[in-house]
Design a protein around this ligand. Structure first.
Ligand code: ATP
Length: 152
């Protein structure tokens, strides 16, 4: 099985560095599926899930935004924040949503509103990832490709 190198880094740490078979990431214009030897590409990422397929097993991370570069059979994701779906604290995300809702009711400037909406979006993506994971379970090796993967 062909592979490519995937590295995910934030300002704080290296989150992932390994050979993988496929990456699906939330590009600014929609989901982007990357296979080995993909053409060079650079894109902004929006808050969403990153699917990583390695040895037929799928792993999910949540990214809160950032950049993705594909070059020379190497994918580099520079993330604002990025957590493995198992590491997401559901209560914290739920509280962040509630806090954002309260702030929207009491917001007093457009700048603040944008920040609050962004924070709500991050928290909502984290919650969705945790909830989806409960119903999704691990993918079995040999099963079909990820649904919803966009351009390759
Ligand atoms: P909060 O308001 O709960 O702090 P936030 O959206 O402001 O959330 P970020 O600025 O996106 O948080 O991230 C700060 C750090 O906290 C990052 O390292 C991120 O991975 C981590 N983080 C944020 N929310 C969660 C969560 N619900 N579960 C686990 N880690 C989280």
């Amino acid at each position: 099985m062909a592979t490519m190198q995937l590295e995910i880094i934030t300002a704080e740490q290296q989150v992932f560095d390994d050979e993988v078979e496929m990456v699906v990431a939330p590009g600014i214009d929609g989901q982007l599926g990357i296979l080995p030897h993909h053409a060079p590409l650079m894109t902004v990422l929006q808050p969403g899930e990153i699917l990583i397929r390695k040895e037929g097993e799928d792993t999910y991370f949540v990214v809160s935004g950032g950049f993705m570069e594909v070059m020379g059979n190497r994918v580099t994701i520079l993330a604002d924040a990025c957590e493995h779906s198992d590491e997401i604290d559901e209560t914290r995300a739920q509280e962040a949503v509630e806090r954002a809702k309260e702030r929207i009711e009491h917001q007093d400037s457009d700048v603040q509103l944008e920040q609050v909406l962004a924070s709500m979006r991050r928290a909502q993506v984290r919650l969705n990832a945790v909830r989806r994971r409960r119903t999704r379970g691990p993918r079995q090796p040999g099963a079909g490709d990820a649904g919803g993967a966009g351009s390759i």
